[in-house]
Design a protein. Structure first.
Length: 331
């Protein structure tokens, strides 16, 4: 857990919020191909995948037979019947697809070991990319993906990221990774943009301030409990739909919320730490971190939806750390 006095982490967070920062962070990459690729993904994912224009992507979740989230990912239409799935759990996705591909002419493969990915994030990220690439990408829409070059190296760029700021993700073959990193560093230096070194800053602190959660936070919730109902298309069929529809009709029992520690605390609150209301367990913490932009110990939790609305005061763990339930976004 990061702490208030960690000046390296604070400087890196400030750079992304006010200028930009770059780092290597390889999402797992699963490629799906075949005549039925689009139809198969439309069945496996809750968002409407069919009809997605070439070069565009959609954020979505994938459900189990109980209508509960087992993964969240972005599905990109690369054209020609090829789709890229950006996920943190490529091997799991492949195994899940293996059990549900009957009747579909589709192939898929985890390409994580052959591709690398770099992220450039922050208000000045487009300036870095313009310096880096053969053609600008500042006009890209969110989750739009294009092919570009870094010098003579072919790369794939999408507008996206996990910081809540303007940002871009750049994919390259592993053999080209060192050359691409060197080129990014040179372009970034012209704008005083640092390479980030603190994983907890760009994976947890920055995303959490903007309400961006990980699959570990959502796993086992329905999309409606996870505040992702906007991504569900009940006007089409998808795996887990019947169970999700029944659960939603019955009303959500759990809620995905934000929590704030009410005193300056340096203790390390673990994942799954129990959250109490008047001594009675009412939920659990999914993660907590220090938010350097908001200067608070903040976190995500899953709670009893009826008994823990926003504003509820609770305690966390055996030390009874005082906290309050808030909306799960701080910026």
């Amino acid at each position: 857990m990061l702490f208030k006095e960690d000046e390296v982490a604070r400087a890196e967070a400030k750079a992304v919020r006010e200028n930009a920062g770059w780092y290597r962070w390889t999402h797992d990459l699963v490629e799906v191909t075949g005549p039925d690729a689009e139809r198969f993904l439309d069945w496996m994912l809750v968002n409407k995948i069919a009809g997605t224009p070439e070069g565009r992507g959609k954020y979505t979740t994938m459900l189990d037979e109980n209508g509960q989230i087992i993964d969240d990912l972005v599905a990109f239409n690369r054209g020609g019947g090829t789709w890229w799935l950006s996920t943190l759990y490529g091997p799991h996705a492949v195994r899940w697809f293996d059990g549900h591909k009957e009747g579909y002419d589709v192939s898929y493969e985890d390409h994580t070991q052959t591709w690398d990915m770099y992220a450039v994030q922050g208000p000045n990220s487009a300036k870095v990319m313009a310096e880096l690439l053969d053609e600008p990408v500042d006009e890209l829409k969110r989750f739009q993906i294009v092919e570009r070059k870094v010098g003579d190296v072919a790369v794939v760029v999408d507008r996206g990221g996990f910081t809540g700021e303007l940002g871009f993700e750049l994919y390259c073959k592993r053999d080209d990774s060192a050359a691409v990193a060197e080129a990014i560093a040179a372009a970034a230096a012209k704008f005083d943009v640092p390479r980030l070194t603190t994983l907890e800053v760009y994976v947890r602190s920055l995303p959490m301030e903007k309400g961006l959660a990980l699959r570990q936070d959502y796993k086992g919730l329905t999309p409606y409990e996870a505040n992702l109902g906007w991504s569900v298309h009940m006007d089409k069929d998808f795996f887990g739909k019947d169970a999700l529809e029944a659960a939603h009709a019955a009303g959500e029992r759990r809620a995905f919320v934000g929590i704030e520690i009410e005193r300056e605390s340096y203790e390390d609150i673990a994942q799954k730490e129990i959250l109490y209301k008047r001594g009675v367990p009412r939920g659990y913490v999914t993660q907590m971190i220090y938010g350097y932009t908001v200067d608070k110990n903040i976190g995500f939790a899953v709670v009893d939806a009826k008994r823990c609305p926003v504003g509820t005061r609770v305690t966390i763990g055996p030390n009874d750390s005082p906290a309050v339930i808030v909306e799960p976004r701080w910026l």
